[in-house]
Design a protein around this ligand. Structure first.
Ligand code: RB5
Length: 151
């Protein structure tokens, strides 16, 4: 799968670990920064990952910051982005199956590398169920976005 990954300084180290792991699993992972551990701003990486999805350069995104909070707040401002923090594997697959989550957010100060690998692998292996009730709910989410987006 084509994946875009980004992290601020808080997630920089975990990003490197996940990059190597996910590439070994056979995923095509684009590293959209940060490229060093100097303090940086999570909205910049949320923008880069969101744009990769919006432009069709990636099917799924992964964002990492210290807590996962800033990354998810920023990512959800972009149209068509459904980002969530998942620090357990149940949310990581159910978030895709039911809610069509397309950006996984992780807090590198909360989860260790082994759990983060399991979460990322589970997220990428999951697919949206397409169940009518979930499509109906997602349509309502899209309508909220349309209602408030200034074009
Ligand atoms: C940066 O110190 C930290 O605030 C950031 O990585 C993230 O945790 C924000 O939610």
């Amino acid at each position: 799968m084509d994946i875009a990954i980004g992290a601020d300084h808080g997630g920089f180290q975990l990003k490197a670990i996940l990059l190597e792991y996910l590439r070994k699993l056979g995923h095509a992972v684009q590293d959209l920064g940060a490229l060093d551990s100097e303090p940086s701003d999570y909205p910049d990486y949320a923008r880069a990952v969101a744009n990769a999805l919006i432009d069709g350069r990636a099917e799924r995104g992964i964002l990492i910051c210290g807590s996962g909070v800033g990354a998810s707040v920023a990512a959800n401002k972009f149209p068509g982005i459904r980002a969530a923090i998942c620090h357990d594997t149940f949310s990581a697959h159910q978030g895709v199956e039911d809610d069509d989550m397309n950006v996984l957010c992780l807090g590198a100060r909360i989860v260790g590398p082994e759990l983060a690998k399991d979460i990322a692998r589970t997220y990428l292996a999951a697919a949206f169920s397409g169940a009518e009730r979930h499509k109906r709910r997602l349509e309502k989410v899209k309508n909220i976005e349309k209602e408030f987006m200034k074009v």
